[in-house]
Design a protein around this ligand. Structure first.
Ligand SMILES: Nc1ncnc2c1ncn2[C@@H]1O[C@H](COP(=O)(O)OP(=O)(O)OP(=O)(O)O)[C@@H](O)[C@H]1O
Length: 304
């Protein structure tokens, strides 16, 4: 199983430290969301993974080896870094064929990746006429040419319409289900909530959080239930006796974790307690992310 191991990774441009002693691991079989505000150093880190930028110090390895030591890099790691980087006058098929041939890959992979990304119908069309969504698919097709175990995508859904976003999300999930390690960057928490199993959050080049998605959701309120009742103290005791964890919420409410809202409703009915509110809470991920990165946003609007 191939992982990406980032250890003490640092990049300085002059006096600016844009990636600062970053360490994390991207595990196979899951989507790792790489999240941070604009300018946090995500793209620079991804470029260091694939050897396009040299680290000032620290290391990044793929399956234990640095990118420059991989004998056939495209068969180990595929990357979508900039979807615009395709010759506009080249046909999709020819673009992929040139990449395959120059990297010693089988020609049949071109047809395979075109089919997998749904581009077989436009393979003989010039990439210059492609929509942004189709250019993204072509970039993904190129990343998949060597059938690599590790894939990295830099802001793949930026600028796409809802259908394009849905397609990319589902596609990344299917790559992870095949046991590949998938690293995808975004500056939108809401995007990650739909896609990632694991989260690596950065701000000003530094690691802010490295956590499972489920843990992150739970820590930020997902799975709790807001309860209001005129018999607040008595019902809180009943809930605690039934094994729930109860804390005081705003405006005389109770925030209950453990049981579902249905179980809480049944417990109330059983003890003849009137409830005036019973609301399962959804975590506000965007709020949680803003809170996490509050001190590391470079340029904030005047209203913030
Ligand atoms: N070649 C370079 N020379 C000097 N500074 C650079 C260079 N490349 C990136 N930077 C700076 O490094 C910082 C991090 O940039 P980077 O693109 O890695 O961030 P990012 O998290 O991907 O942000 P975004 O979401 O805006 O792309 C920025 O302040 C950027 O201006």
């Amino acid at each position: 199983m191939t992982t990406i191991e980032v250890r003490g990774l640092t990049k300085r441009y002059g006096d600016d430290t844009v990636v600062d002693d970053l360490s994390f691991t991207v595990e196979p079989g899951q989507v790792t969301g790489f999240l941070g505000p604009n300018g946090a150093g995500k793209s620079t880190t991804m470029k260091m993974v694939v050897g396009l930028v040299a680290p000032t110090s620290g290391s990044v390895t793929i399956g234990g080896r640095r990118h420059r030591d991989l004998p056939a890099p495209l068969t180990e790691v595929g990357a979508l870094l900039d979807a615009g980087a395709v010759h506009g006058d080249r046909k999709a098929y020819d673009h992929l064929l040139a990449l395959a041939v120059s990297n010693g890959l089988f020609r049949r992979r071109v047809d395979e990746v075109l089919a997998r990304t749904g581009l077989d119908g436009v393979a003989r069309k010039r990439a210059g006429g492609f929509s942004l969504g189709m250019r993204q698919r072509l970039g993904i097709a190129a990343a998949l040419l060597g059938d690599p175990r590790v894939l990295i995508f830099d802001e793949p859904v930026n600028g796409l319409d809802p259908e394009g976003i849905r397609w990319i999300r589902d596609f990344m999930r299917s790559l992870a289900r095949e046991g590949r390690a998938v690293l995808v960057s975004s500056h939108l928490m809401s995007e990650m909530a739909h896609t990632a199993d694991h989260l690596v959050v950065v701000g000003r080049g530094r690691l802010i959080a490295d956590t499972g998605m489920a843990e992150f959701l739970h820590a930020n309120g997902e799975g709790t239930v807001l309860v209001r009742t005129p018999e607040r103290a008595a019902f809180a005791r009943r809930l605690t006796a039934a094994g729930a964890t109860v804390r005081d919420g705003l405006e005389s409410s109770l925030v209950v974790s453990g049981p579902t809202s249905e179980e809480i409703g049944k417990l109330a009915a059983h003890h003849d307690v009137a409830l005036t509110e019973l609301t399962p809470r959804r975590a506000s991920l965007e709020d949680a992310f803003m809170e996490l990165t509050r001190d590391s946003v470079d340029y904030r609007g005047a209203a913030a």
